[in-house]
Write a protein that binds this ligand. Structure first.
Ligand code: ARG
Length: 245
C-alpha cells in the first residue's frame, strides 16, 4: 500500500511503483563510505544515504533492505539493470556517462575530490606524486580525476573499496589516497596519522538511481521525497546527524 495517509491528490493519483519484492525496497550501496554508508558492528547499515533512502521506503510503506554491492557494478548500471535492486544510493556522482546506463534522481549532495596523505609527508598536490603510487577506488570519479591530473609517471592503483584503500595507506603501499571530500573528514578522524593535503574542485553532485529503462514511478517518488525533505527540514536533520550543524 502506497501513501496510506497521503492527502495530496496529485501524489495519490500517481501510479504505484513496482518493486522486485512486494513490501520491500531493495537498495544497492557500496560500503563502507562513511558517513554515507557503512555497517555497524551489529551488521546494520547506517549513514546519511541510509537515512535518506529510509524516507523513501517509509513513503512507500515498505521495509528497507540495503544490499552491499561493488561500486563498479552500481556505477556501470549492472546491478540495477540485472534486477538486483530497485534503487541505488552510494554517494554516487551524477555523470553523463552513467546517465546513459542509469536513471538519476535530482541531485541531493554536492561533492568534490580530496587527497589524504600521512601527516608531515610534505605532499600538498598531485604534482608532488611523480613516480609514486596513488590509491583510488576503482570506477569512481576520483579514479578518473587522478588518472587525468596526476603526473604521467605516477601509478594510479585502483582498489575495490574504501576499506582496502585505507589498509594500503596504512601499510605504506600507496603514499596518497583520493576520495570524495565529503568522506575524508571521517578518514582522518579514524586515523590521526593521516591528514587532508588538498581538495580538487570537481563540482560533483550525488544522485540516487533506478535502472535505465523503467521504474519512472519509483524515481518520481524519490524526487518528491527529496523535494519535501528539503522544504520541511527533514534533509537538514539528516545532515546534522552525520555532519553536525
Ligand atoms: N562520488 C564518487 C563517484 O561517484 C565516489 C562514490 C563512492 N561511493 C561509495 N559508496 N564507495 O564515483
Amino acid at each position: 500500500v502506497v501513501n496510506g495517509d497521503e492527502t495530496d491528490s496529485a501524489t495519490a493519483a500517481a501510479p504505484e511503483p513496482t518493486l522486485i519484492k512486494d513490501g520491500e525496497l531493495s537498495v544497492c550501496t557500496d560500503m563502507p563510505y562513511e558517513p554515507f554508508e557503512f555497517e555497524r558492528k551489529n551488521g546494520e547499515a547506517a549513514g546519511f544515504d541510509v537515512d535518506l533512502v529510509r524516507k523513501v521506503a517509509d513513503r512507500l510503506g515498505v521495509q528497507l533492505r540495503m544490499v552491499d554491492t561493488a561500486f563498479d557494478d552500481i556505477a556501470s548500471g549492472d546491478s540495477l539493470n540485472k534486477g538486483e535492486c530497485d534503487l541505488a544510493i552510494s554517494a554516487m556522482t551524477i555523470t553523463g556517462e552513467r546517465a546513459r546506463v542509469l536513471n538519476f534522481s535530482s541531485p541531493y549532495f554536492d561533492a568534490a575530490q580530496a587527497m589524504v596523505v600521512a601527516q608531515g609527508s610534505g605532499i600538498t598536490s598531485l604534482d608532488d606524486l611523480a613516480g609514486q603510487k596513488i590509491g583510488v577506488q576503482g570506477g569512481t570519479t576520483g579514479e578518473l580525476y587522478v588518472t587525468d591530473n596526476a603526473p604521467d609517471d605516477a601509478e594510479v592503483v585502483p582498489f575495490e573499496d574504501a576499506a582496502a584503500m585505507e589498509a594500503a595507506m596504512e601499510k605504506g603501499d600507496v603514499v596518497a589516497t583520493v576520495y570524495d571530500n565529503t568522506v575524508v573528514g571521517d578518514v582522518v578522524e579514524a586515523d590521526p596519522d593521516l591528514e587532508v593535503a588538498a581538495e580538487f574542485d570537481t563540482g560533483e553532485q550525488y544522485g540516487m538511481a533506478v535502472r535505465r529503462n523503467g521504474n519512472v514511478e519509483l524515481l518520481q517518488v524519490v524526487n518528491d521525497v527529496l523535494a519535501e525533505l528539503k522544504k520541511d527540514g527533514g534533509y537538514d536533520e539528516i545532515y546534522a546527524t552525520w555532519f553536525g550543524q
